[in-house]
Design a protein around this ligand. Structure first.
Ligand SMILES: CC(C)(COP(=O)(O)OP(=O)(O)OC[C@H]1O[C@@H](n2cnc3c(N)ncnc32)[C@H](O)[C@@H]1OP(=O)(O)O)[C@@H](O)C(=O)NCCC(=O)NCCS
Length: 254
């Protein structure tokens, strides 16, 4: 997507990330040393206080609870295929071993996996994510309880998408688009939700079409964060008349 989504998020520092496999191997031998005092905030079950929960057939999507949830979601797009389309700068991307470690986290092993991180990093990861202009959704696979991807919605209604490699090509991209669009219309009160993507990104274009998006006008070129200039195509989705525009009065799962 063309949205500058990850730029507002300060990720793990690259130097620390590069040391992760080494650090993890060492810490696995002395797991108890790093344990104690870690708490996992439960996944919210209702929308409240600017935090959202949505469902699709195979995903539960919620506002990231803390920086760890954000890192897990961003890890879904850390592979070379996703990075080609997303064009994030190197600085923002974790290496393959770290991405695998993060994507293997669920609510049962979260404390254990968190305890593998150095103390200073762990403190940073467990900080609650402060509210910001961009609405993020961490998509969790209901079958496995593990992260499937991450989407974003800017205040003016532009969406961004990334699914983990294991979750691509199974129709989940369409569900991710549908949920993020619902977030825009029903929760954020947006009449129109838009998406810009690269002309040659067939998977993304088809996921948008399958979710009911139609082509619209937009800038024909877009420069990604890594400097690559792309041919952009634009899509939009209008709220149906029957659809209530948010913010919702009654908190609940939509
Ligand atoms: C873009 C993305 C979210 C789409 O999700 P997805 O799960 O791959 O897509 P879906 O399985 O929902 O499939 C959507 C459509 O693409 C088709 N598709 C799936 N894999 C495909 C592939 N490798 N090549 C071409 N089309 C493909 C599906 O058949 C479906 O088309 P249909 O509705 O006509 O049957 C996902 O591929 C992704 O995260 N890619 C990497 C990051 C990225 O490109 N982000 C967007 C940047 S603009």
């Amino acid at each position: 997507m063309t949205s500058p989504d990850v730029r507002e998020f300060k990720p793990l520092r690259r130097r620390e990330v590069q040391r992760m496999p080494e650090v993890l191997a060492r810490l696995r031998e002395i797991p108890k040393l790093w344990r104690g005092g870690l708490q996992v905030a439960p996944v919210p079950v209702r929308c409240e206080g600017g935090r959202h929960v949505l469902r699709t057939a195979r995903l539960v999507l919620h506002t990231p609870r803390d920086f760890l949830d954000m890192e897990i979601g961003l890890a879904a797009g850390a592979d070379a295929d996703a990075q080609h389309w997303l064009g994030a700068s190197d600085r923002l991307v974790v290496d393959a071993a770290t991405a695998e470690h993060l994507l293997g986290i669920d609510d049962h092993n979260r404390v254990e996996r968190l305890s593998s991180f150095p103390a200073a990093m762990r403190r940073g990861l467990t900080r609650p994510l402060p509210p910001g202009p961009i609405a993020w959704l961490l998509a969790v696979d209901v079958e496995t309880g593990r992260a499937a991807g991450l989407s974003s919605l800017t205040p003016d209604g532009e969406i961004g998408l990334r699914l983990a490699p294991t979750h691509r090509g199974r129709g989940l991209g369409t569900e991710l688009v549908e949920a993020t669009t619902r977030l825009g219309h029903a929760h954020r009160g947006l009449q129109t939700v838009r998406a810009g993507t690269e002309r040659s990104n067939d998977r993304c274009r088809r996921a948008l079409s399958a979710a009911g998006f139609v082509p619209c006008e937009g800038p024909s070129q877009h420069t990604l964060a890594d400097g690559r200039v792309t041919d952009a195509v634009w899509y939009q989705h209008e709220a149906k008349e029957s659809e209530s525009l948010g913010p919702r009065r009654d908190p609940g799962v939509v």
